[in-house]
Design a protein. Structure first.
Length: 108
């Protein structure tokens, strides 16, 4: 379970970075050169999704829970926003959903 969690977290970071860098370019006047590492991050994101041992739809469903938590960590540490009780509650629910889906891999 830990290995899958770390893999999902790395996948989420690649997706967020791959979307954040073009956002910096478009919204904050960053360099168009940001699109190169953004593309590399998104390619890595796609590759990491293929490393999971379950059907793609099940992987995407479980990944969503980790993505929510990773995005909230990004909000806190990159955007500098404080997390609310609602953020924490939503993250806990999303993570529980991911754990339930992953626990059932290969059982049905």
């Amino acid at each position: 379970m830990l290995k899958i969690g770390v893999l999902f977290f790395a996948t989420a970071l690649c997706e967020i970075i791959g979307c954040y860098l073009p956002w910096l370019w478009l919204r904050r006047g960053g360099s168009a050169w940001l699109l190169l590492p953004a593309g590399a991050a998104l390619l890595l994101f796609v590759w990491l999704l293929t490393l999971h041992p379950a059907a793609s739809g099940r992987v995407y469903a479980a990944y969503g829970g980790v993505y929510v938590c990773t995005a909230l960590l990004w909000l806190r540490f990159v955007d500098g926003e404080r997390l609310t009780l609602y953020d924490w509650g939503g993250a806990a629910i999303a993570l529980c959903g991911m754990l339930i889906i992953v626990a059932g891999w290969g059982r049905g």
